[in-house]
Design a binder for this molecule. Structure first.
Ligand SMILES: Nc1nc2c(ncn2[C@@H]2O[C@H](COP(=O)(O)OP(=O)(O)OP(=O)(O)O)[C@@H](O)[C@H]2O)c(=O)[nH]1
Length: 649
């Protein structure tokens, strides 16, 4: 059967995985607003003023001498200490998360590694860092428990230039009055704010260490605990140095909760003295001595069963287990919520880019297809923009045709001049055949302008639709290089279609000039008999009445102008219909059919590296995807593990 103890092991595993991903106590949640799983997990944080006996309590709980000692601020990174109970007779060993393959059986080396690893992150500058060191100790002499050892709260710091009082011990003088080179002057506040980031969290169990030989009202640990946990619900008060109290005094007021009341009972501790440490006194012996101290103490004898470091360890272990158990539903709900959020974000970001050339090509072609689909939707309807092409044919082209300067070209003066020039020395006899042709040719030349303008207008609409479609193709969003290349390829195709289309519309105009519709003129002789009436706008029109005598007079030329005008207007109607057909055939239809054909033929010839360059995502996005994927894996694993434990209970 799975016992509750496995819950602590479970939390240990999740905490280690969180740390690897940059989610640790002290504010590190990786970055970019990931939910912190660490913060949802109950932890025990060891808090106390300098020299209050924190290290001694931890070593006593472990039953081993393994923490760095020395002058100044020794603990400069949080130490996550995970204790795993082993069967009796098993050899003790320690393991660091950052050195997973190495088992330490020599605890002096553990101490050295903690020092070295602290320096690795903080440098020799003696700064502090919130990145924790994870140490697991496997031993028959421990209970299952996880504690986070934090830097000691220091007194208000003063610089080197103020002299310390003579009565202070060397250690205190060093830590309070002297900053080693490179240590920031803000270190005191830095430590306090780091400690606060732990104890502020409602899931943090505070192990507040205070020395008995100091007024409890001035205890740094209790001052802080009071602030963040005024009801004393998650604070465990620990009183060290009971043996160092003045003769005739005792700490019963504190231990029995009269001085400062907490929901959990106070625990008194007697650690090794400095002299014991100097002598390298055995930890197991120290535990025994501590037990004897309470058993035989006239002051604390009645509390003996609830005093001492062994009792403290068991008390904390039991409490931690029950807190974890009660938090499981909320941890699971946070995990499930995070899984949902991460999956949603990953979906939005798209799959990671494949590494082999074939898959990369496939990805690129898929995206081209997605773009093509959006582009066609713009043309065929469904998305806006395609209607602007019809606008060119329905408004711009007819308006441009209407504005052509035929009035000027066919003015009486111009007609006379062109006809006379065409006649040469020999005036025409009946009808000025050459004159008509010249007048018509000249007029038809004007159609080139609107024809070309229509092609250009359609081209610009298509170009704009390409730009829009690229922007709207979700799949392309992450690949700026591919977007640029795709736009360039599509635009160069559009350019070719434009050239083709221009050739076609110019050909339509030239075809009109090359062969005139004789039919139209065959009807004219009878009409020519009619006199010409000039209207108020000086425009000419044939009259149904009998022929006039001015065969070569003004009326004659007006009639010519009128005939030419009618013919040109007939051609204009034709072109108004055929120019759109040419534009659609050469540009719109081609864009739908073959916009990316050239791109496709080129892309398939590219090497893997060049394809990879097209798929060079924004590095920030790649990083984010990786982080999300790792987090997702962490959360899923954590959920599975919690599920497994929770169901067996
Ligand atoms: N006699 C006696 N000495 C103690 C007791 N607890 C701690 N000490 C001594 O007090 C000094 C400081 O103890 P540490 O355990 O190093 O205290 P700390 O809070 O870890 O100190 P920093 O890491 O410097 O903040 C050491 O010399 C210990 O031997 C105790 O219960 N009795």
């Amino acid at each position: 059967m799975t016992t509750m103890e496995s819950l602590i092991g479970l939390v240990n595993r999740i905490q280690r995985a969180c740390t690897v991903l940059g989610d640790y106590g002290g504010g590190g949640t990786g970055d970019n607003a990931f939910n912190s799983l660490w913060e949802a997990l109950p932890t025990v944080a060891v808090v106390g003023g300098q020299s209050s006996g924190k290290s001694s309590v931890l070593e006593s709980i472990v039953g081993r001498d393994f923490l760095p000692r020395g002058s100044g601020i020794v603990t400069r990174r949080p130490l996550v200490l995970q204790l795993h109970k082993m069967e009796e007779g098993t050899e003790e060993y320690a393991e660091f998360l950052h050195l997973p393959k190495r088992q330490f059986t020599d605890f002096a080396l553990v101490r050295k590694e903690i020092q070295d690893e602290t320096d690795r992150i903080t440098g020799k500058s003696k700064q502090i860092s919130p990145v924790p060191i994870h140490l697991s100790i496997f031993s028959p002499n421990v209970v299952n428990l996880t504690l986070v050892d934090l830097p000691g709260l220091t007194k208000v710091a003063v610089g080197m230039n103020s002299l310390p009082p003579l009565w202070l011990s060397t250690k205190v003088i060093y830590s309070v009055f002297y900053f080693p080179e490179g240590q920031p002057e803000t270190i005191v506040e830095d430590i306090e704010s780091m400690v606060r980031t732990y104890v502020d969290k409602p899931n943090c169990i505070i192990l507040a260490i205070s020395p008995a030989n100091q007024d409890i009202a001035t205890s740094d640990a209790i001052k802080l605990a009071k602030e963040v946990d005024p009801a004393g619900e998650r604070t465990f008060g620990v009183l060290t140095k009971l043996d160092l109290m003045d003769k005739g005094t005792n700490a019963l007021d504190v231990l029995e909760g009269r001085s400062y009341r907490l929901q959990h009972p106070w625990v008194g501790i007697v650690n090794r003295s400095q002299a014991d440490i100097n002598r390298n006194a055995d930890m197991m012996l120290a535990r025994r001595k501590e037990r004897d101290y309470f058993d035989t103490s006239p002051d604390y004898g009645h509390l003996a069963s609830k005093m001492g470091s062994e009792y403290l360890a068991k008390l904390l272990s039991k409490h931690l287990e029950s807190v974890i158990r009660s938090r499981i539903p909320s941890i699971l709900s946070l995990i499930n919520k995070s899984i949902e959020e991460l999956e949603r974000e990953l979906d939005k970001m798209g799959r990671p880019v494949a590494v082999d050339a074939g898959a990369q090509l496939y990805t690129i072609l898929e995206m081209c297809r997605a773009f093509d689909k959006v582009f066609k939707e713009h043309l065929d309807g469904g998305r806006p923009g395609g209607d602007r092409i019809y606008g060119v044919f329905d408004n711009q082209l007819p308006a441009a045709l209407k504005k052509l300067p035929f009035d000027r070209h066919l003015s009486l003066q111009s007609v006379k001049r062109i006809v006379s020039e065409a006649d040469g020395y020999q005036p025409h006899l009946i009808a000025p055949e050459q004159g008509y042709r010249r007048l018509i040719e000249g007029a038809l030349g004007y159609f080139r302008g609107p024809a070309e303008a229509s092609v250009d207008a359609v081209h610009f609409v298509l170009k704009e639709l390409v730009r829009k479609s690229i922007a709207e193709t979700q799949e392309l969003k992450r690949f700026p290089s591919l977007q640029v290349e795709l736009a360039a390829a599509a635009n160069s195709s559009l350019e070719k279609f434009r050239e083709e289309s221009k050739k076609s519309v110019i050909r339509l105009v030239e075809m009109e000039s090359a062969y005139l519709t004789a039919e139209f003129f065959r009807k004219l002789p009878q009409e020519m008999e009619r006199p010409v009436i000039t209207n108020s706008k000086n425009q000419t029109a044939a009259s149904p009445s009998p022929a006039t005598q001015d065969q070569y007079g003004e009326g004659h030329f007006r009639r010519i102008a009128s005939n030419v005008s009618a013919y040109v207007s007939m051609v204009s109607d034709t072109l108004r219909n055929t120019i759109p057909k040419a534009c659609v055939y050469c540009q719109v239809r081609q864009a739908k059919l073959a916009l990316l054909n050239y791109f496709y033929s080129q892309i398939s010839k590219r090497e893997g590296k060049q394809l990879g360059e097209l798929l060079d995502e924004d590095p920030a996005l790649m990083g984010r995807r990786l982080e999300c994927a790792q987090r997702l894996e962490l959360y899923k694993k954590a959920r599975d593990e919690i599920d497994a434990v929770a169901w067996v209970r």
